[in-house]
Design a protein around this ligand. Structure first.
Ligand SMILES: [Zn+2]
Length: 308
């Protein structure tokens, strides 16, 4: 059965009324998987300790966030008001991404029902991201025997700027960002591989551009592990993304990533990434494609889940 990582706190921390963050989608996604009796094992993470966090972020930034001494201007850039509950949620979700890595290394694939905080930099956060779980996860994986190189495949519609800047001087973490060129963030430091796409690219052109790029990255860098950010804010109805990809296009993308990793026998830890609608429930079938794709790719004879 497919290992998924989830904690109820993902959808349970205080944010102001009308905030853009899709707070309830994590719980709704978990409920969808449970209600449909999808074959998963659920794993509950613990909070990450700050020692591991300080291996990738400035220790003074970590301490300022943990103690609440962080300046208001830095919290404004992150986009959340500071609270104990926010930090508990963040550290739990970071522990979730490292747990997802551990499960993927054991079982070949695992999925985290949150994650993808790619706008967090060395000593500041932005765009709803406090700490960068993708780089943290790669750094965590590299401590395992036989893992010498990790590829981060970031398919969120927004550029992985924090991930790129945090790994700029590292040859053991390779970054691939496929994103909308005219979208947040305005400054886009170089990833190892950047694939900027135009507004209204559409499903066919998206897949035609991304899939060869993915195959090339796997062949060229021969990573020992893949961390996959499966953001669905590439969807045509997303309120923060403009790539105009359809539901089926997202399903094909997720399936292609898993099939490529399985072909190369590379373990993959996936996070659900971004997806923004005022009606959070509308995001659930899109994020669920990631779980369906993993089950159908890795457990095809036992558990085939038909498309709806
Ligand atoms: Zn995004």
């Amino acid at each position: 059965m497919l290992p998924v990582v989830y904690h109820p706190i993902y959808s349970d921390f205080p944010i102001p009324d009308g905030h853009r963050y899709p707070l309830s989608k994590y719980r709704l996604l978990k409920d969808y998987i449970t209600d449909n009796l999808w074959p998963v094992t659920t794993h509950v993470p613990s909070m990450l300790n700050s020692v591991e966090l300080k291996e990738i972020h400035a220790p003074e930034y970590v301490d300022a966030l943990l103690t609440g001494a962080i300046p208001l201007v830095k919290m404004r850039r992150i986009g959340f008001p500071w609270s104990d509950a926010l930090l508990t949620r963040s550290l739990t979700s970071l522990g979730g991404t490292t747990l997802t890595v551990d499960l993927a290394l054991e079982q070949g694939v695992a999925i985290h029902l949150t994650g993808g905080y790619h706008h967090a930099h060395y000593d500041f956060g932005s765009g709803f991201c406090l700490f960068n779980d993708l780089v943290l996860a790669a750094n965590h994986a590299l401590k395992s025997e036989g893992i010498d190189k990790v590829l981060i495949v970031d398919c969120d519609v927004h550029h992985g700027d924090g991930t790129a800047s945090l790994t700029a001087n590292r040859s053991d973490i390779i970054t691939l960002s496929v994103h909308c060129e005219k979208n947040f963030p305005s400054r886009k430091p170089d990833s190892d591989i950047d694939l900027p796409l135009q507004i209204d690219t559409g499903s066919d052109d998206y897949l035609d551009a991304f899939l060869p790029c993915l195959r090339l990255a796997l062949a060229q860098h021969q990573p020992d592990m893949v961390i996959y950010d499966a953001g669905v804010d590439i969807h045509r109805d997303d309120e923060l993304g403009y790539l105009a990809v359809c539901h089926e296009g997202i399903a094909k993308r997720d399936t292609a990533v898993f099939e490529a990793c399985l072909d190369h026998q590379i373990p993959v830890a996936a996070v659900i990434g971004g997806g923004y609608r005022s009606d959070h429930a509308q995001l659930v079938p899109l994020h669920a494609e990631l779980i369906r794709a993993a089950i159908n790719t890795y457990y095809p004879t036992t558990w085939k889940i038909d498309n709806e």
